[in-house]
Design a protein around this ligand. Structure first.
Ligand code: FPP
Ligand code: MG
Length: 264
């Protein structure tokens, strides 16, 4: 919002709406991923069980729409609804691709665009809409959110393999244990056609992701993924160049610069 002028009360309302949707999606996600830890604390499903966590997610989602229905911003409800549909189709596609070692990078990017980048993009779009920004500005900031969201999820997936729970405050290593193929693994499987079958066999029997990290590193898969994240961080920075210089533009740029994990 600040990119386009001052912050109004409506920006706070839409921040709350987006955050309620975000929290609802994570409540459901932790059930799907059987994660026990979120933001350094036991997840809702760990504390109260899957049923309560799913219903609490549904409740937060309906609260988001109560707030949206009280707002005067044209088209906002449809932007929010389409974003939630996108989150769900991303998760559904991800679920269809579980244990699918033939997954292409294109399919992987479709999943993360739908499940993650769409919410970043929606958040940026709503901030601009509340400010009364031009169609072109809205398009640019939406694209910024999308590219930023892709970089974020690429980095998040890398941390799922190479970081540790205490540092991240959430249960890591769930992706592979649940059969979720992410970019480091997709790259590693395809990096050497002669070893492809052996690597798939290794992954299907894997019970400890820590053992995999060294293999990914040696095959150049970690460097590859860091490069893919950095390309998008740079692109996000270039998209910000279309806005006039301001402290909020600097803040967004600084934010994008923080998501690459320090693991080279
Ligand atoms: C985190 O992914 C999860 C998402 C980005 C989206 C989750 C969406 C749903 C479960 C669909 C339902 C949506 C709503 C709004 C109720 P991750 O598991 O890769 O990230 P993590 O490491 O933070 O767990
Ligand atoms: Mg998860």
């Amino acid at each position: 919002g600040k990119l386009f002028g001052g912050i109004h009360a409506q920006h706070s309302e839409y921040s709350a709406i987006v955050e309620l949707i975000h929290m609802a999606s994570l409540l459901h996600d932790d059930v799907i991923d059987k994660a026990q830890l979120r933001r350094g604390k036991p997840s809702a499903n760990a504390l109260w069980g899957n049923t309560a966590a799913v219903l609490l997610g549904d409740y937060l989602l309906s609260r988001a729409f109560t707030l949206a229905s009280q707002s005067q911003l044209d088209d906002a409800a449809s932007v929010l609804a389409e974003t939630i549909q996108s989150l769900c189709t991303g998760e559904l596609k991800q679920n269809l691709l579980v244990d699918e070692y033939d997954i292409t990078e294109k399919e992987f990017f479709q999943v993360i665009e739908a499940k993650t980048a769409s919410l970043f993009s929606c958040s940026c779009q709503l901030g601009a809409m509340v400010s009364g920004a031009s169609q072109e500005q809205i398009r640019n900031v939406k694209e910024f959110g999308l590219v930023f969201g892709l970089a974020f999820q690429i980095a998040d997936d890398l941390r799922d393999i190479v970081s540790d729970d205490g540092q991240e405050g959430k249960t890591l290593g769930t992706d592979l244990l649940e059969g979720k193929m992410t970019l480091p693994v997709i790259h590693w499987i395809n990096q050497d056609p002669h070893q492809r079958q052996d690597r798939i066999h290794y992954l299907s029997a894997l019970d400890d992701t820590a053992k995999l990290t060294e293999q990914l590193r040696r095959a150049g898969s970690i460097d590859y993924v860091l490069r893919e994240a950095k390309i998008r961080v740079e692109k996000a920075g270039q998209l910000l160049d279309s806005f006039p210089p301001s402290s909020s533009r600097d803040a967004l740029l600084a934010l994008t610069g923080q998501i690459i994990p320090d693991i080279a």
